[in-house]
Structures are given as C-alpha cells and as structure tokens.
Design a protein around this ligand. Structure first.
Ligand code: ADP
Ligand code: ASP
Ligand code: MG
Length: 406
C-alpha cells in the first residue's frame, strides 16, 4: 500500500467525460489498495475566462477580490470529480484549500504556502476515502482566501505530498511527460524518461509550462519522488530524480521560451553606492520578481541599467520607477514588452566549454538579435524579439540535436 498524491491539470478535467475518465483512473489506483489524495485544477480554460470577466468589469481589480474569484474555478472541479467517483462507488470527500488548512502568506495572487494542516486529510484517508483537494488556493491565518499564481496546483500537490510524507507525487497532464522542448513548438521534441531536479527547476523557471517552478523547488528541497504523466494514457512518463546517467554525456537537455517577459531600461543612473539597492528594493517590496539585470560600463559617473520582469508586472513596475525617477535622478525610462526569453538547459554544460558561444552563433547566423544574456552553471538565456522566439527554439533544438536525445 502506498500513499500517492495525484494532480490533474485543467485540460484533464475540461469536460464531464474527461472528469469521468479521471475518476476511472483514480479508482484503479484505489482498488490496488493505495491511499489516494487528488489535487485538481479548474476545468479547461475556466481560470482564463474568470480573469477576462474581471478585467472587463474593472481594469485594476484588487488582488484580494481576484483571489476570491479565481479560487472558485477549482471548487467546481473538486465537487464534480467527487460526484464522479461517488457514482462509481468509490468513497470520496472533497475539500477547498481553505477547508483543509493550506495556510499561506498574505500576498494575494502570488501567495506561498507556509503550512498545511493535515488532520482532515489523514482522518478521511483512515476512513478509506479518496481525498480531493482544490489546487492553487489556500488561506491566510486571518482567513483570507489566497491563490498561488498561475499553474499553482502543481505546487499544492507537491506541498501536500511533502506534508503527508507521500510515497509518490504524480502530475497528470495533456502530454505524456517532460519533453526536450514544448512539443507544441517543435514536433520533433522527444520525451525524457528522467530529468534531474536542477534541470527541471531551470526548465520550469524559464518558461516550460509543464510544471510550476515552485513545485519543483519544493520537490527538490524535500526529495519528493515526482513524475509527470499523461491523463489520457498509461505511459510511464518522466521521473524527476537527483541524478541521471544521461547527465554525464548530454550537454543540453532542453530548450525553453518564456513570453511573459518585459524589459525596462534606466538611462543615466548616478554611479554611487546604494542606488541599485534602492531601485530593486522598491520593486521587491511590491513583490515584483526581477530576473536578468545588466549594468553598462560607467561613463561620466552615470550608468545605464536594464532588467527584465514578468510582463504581468510591467505596469506596476513602471508606476514604481516613475515615482522614484526624479528622486534618484534617472534621466529616462524605456521599456519593451514585445520580447521573450529563450534558454538552453543542461546539467552537462558545467563541464563543456563553448556551449554559450555555440548558442550565440546559431542565433546570429539566423539574424536573431540578442538583447540581453544571462548564464548559470546549467543554463544560458537570451532576450530576443518575441516574434523570433519560436524560430529560435526550433533552431536551437535542431542544432543541439535534441530530437535524437534518448
Ligand atoms: P495542466 O493544465 O495539466 O497543468 P499545462 O498546460 O500547465 O497543463 O502544462 C502542459 C503543457 O506544457 C503541454 O501541453 C505543453 O504544451 C507545455 N510544455 C511546455 N514545455 C514543455 C516541455 N518541455 N515538456 C512538456 N510539455 C511542455
Ligand atoms: N487554475 C489555475 C490556472 O489556470 C491553477 C492551475 O491550473 O494550476 O492557472
Ligand atoms: Mg499546469
């Protein structure tokens, strides 16, 4: 008997027949004497529809009310899935995040889980029930509803697996595992049987939407056995592991692109200690996640600073910068939201010189201009024009020969 946390994404519960299909899948694991905790996302694109309605009604909706609204999507799917299991005689109970006691900080729309009270779940498991928990949501200690950021149900699943000390956390989705790149962009992409936590964390953080970055962070931190599988087949999927045999020979494991990127440039910033700290502190205080930062060489005691942030935060970031611009004596603020980040990831890069140079050459030979570059031990990222992002992913996938990676 094993305790398994299974998470089903929006496309896996998009309509009634898909919910019934999931119920059948769960019932097989249950009948094999496993204890099952299920996490579900909102049906299909219902979260997008709620967001659109909110923005039609108010162009600056409060993040508290946004959480109140978005959390309803998952409440629909937990109840329907519970009814589907009940209909095939599987004992079941559903809970919202708030009911279970998924306690988060109070940053609406980007909340982080601080603690999970597991009593309700363990009681229900002891009664041999399948437990269904709404993904993506929790509550603060003041009982305010919060959500964890888009794609956050993966994080709910891994956090539950950690708190319950589960034997396995399975993420079921509309692809049968983690691929060398998004198979919607490159049809030659191949499924990886295994990937390291480190590589998966980079891929997820750099735009591979298949897993929420924080879910991978948590899985790595607590060593949660994690796998990504298809809701629609019985394929093995991809296991996320500590080390792989492949790691030694393979330099690049995956290519990603992230379209949720905006770039801000600050001209003529005084070159004195404390200025960068001041600018980035203001942004951090508003929970804006700054990614790449480039400071140009000094001239006349003035620097140019450019940085990237998620596109969703662009308006908020510009408001902040414009508020402090005169005080800091920045001469001009420019921005672009038609950019994307293209990255290559691979644990083998640490020991293979020339990987970044090869990436730059491939892109240069194909007239892709690199606006910003950043590297770590296992990734190289470039900011390019958004309309060149998919072409760049295709070129890199082909040139690094990822279609033959197995
Ligand atoms: P869910 O609704 O199940 O959470 P998501 O849409 O969040 O599903 O994630 C699955 C999607 O992630 C796939 O349909 C695929 O297009 C995309 N994706 C991006 N990068 C990758 C990758 N490297 N491997 C697999 N899928 C990827
Ligand atoms: N329903 C939420 C979203 O669409 C959370 C999730 O699916 O993980 O982002
Ligand atoms: Mg997802």
């Amino acid at each position: 008997m094993a305790l398994i946390v299974q998470k089903f994404g929006g496309s896996s519960v998009a309509d009634v027949s898909k919910i019934q299909n999931i119920a059948q899948k769960i019932s097989k694991f249950y009948s094999d004497n496993n204890k099952i905790v299920v996490v579900v996302s909102a049906m299909g694109d219902s979260t997008d529809i709620l967001l659109e309605m909110a923005n039609e009604i108010n162009s600056h909706p409060s993040s508290r009310e946004m959480d109140m609204l978005l959390s309803t999507g998952e409440q629909v799917s937990i109840a329907l899935l519970a009814m589907a299991l009940d209909a095939i005689n599987i004992p079941v109970i559903s809970f919202t995040g708030s009911q279970v006691g998924i306690i988060t900080d109070n940053i609406h729309c980007k909340a982080r889980i601080n603690k999970i009270v597991t009593d309700k779940i363990t009681c229900a498991l002891d009664e041999n029930k399948v437990v269904i928990v709404a993904g993506f949501q929790g509550r603060t200690i003041e009982n305010e509803i919060t959500t964890l950021g888009r794609g956050g149900s993966d994080t709910t699943a891994v956090a539950l697996a950690t708190s319950l000390n589960a034997d396995l956390c399975e993420i079921y989705t509309d692809v049968d595992g983690v691929y060398t790149t998004d198979p919607r962009i490159v049809k030659e992409a191949v499924k990886l049987n295994e990937i390291t936590y480190d590589e998966m964390l980079e891929l997820a953080s750099l735009g591979a939407g298949v897993l929420h970055p924080r879910s991978v962070e948590l899985a790595k931190l607590y060593n949660v056995p994690l796998s990504v599988r298809s809701s629609f087949s019985n394929e093995e999927g991809t296991k996320v592991v500590n080390t792989t045999l492949l790691e030694k020979e393979i330099v690049v494991t995956g290519v990603t692109r992230d379209l949720n990127v905006a770039k801000i440039g600050l001209f003529d910033v005084p070159d004195i200690p404390g200025i960068a700290s001041k600018i980035f502190n203001f942004l951090a205080n508003e929970h804006i996640n700054v990614d790449m930062i480039v400071q140009s060489a000094m001239r006349n005691d003035l620097n140019d600073i450019a940085f990237t942030i998620p596109k969703d935060d662009l308006n908020k970031a510009l408001e902040i910068i414009n508020r402090i611009k005169d005080d800091i004596k920045i001469s001009e603020v420019v921005y672009a939201d038609d950019v994307a980040k293209v990255s290559i990831v691979g644990a083998g890069m640490i020991t293979s010189p020339g990987v970044a140079a090869k990436m730059f050459k491939i892109l240069a030979d194909n007239n892709v201009n690199l606006k910003m570059i950043s590297t770590s031990e296992i990734k190289v990222s470039c900011i390019v024009d958004a309309d060149q992002a998919d072409k760049s992913v295709q070129l890199l996938h082909e040139s690094f020969n990822l279609a033959n990676l197995k």
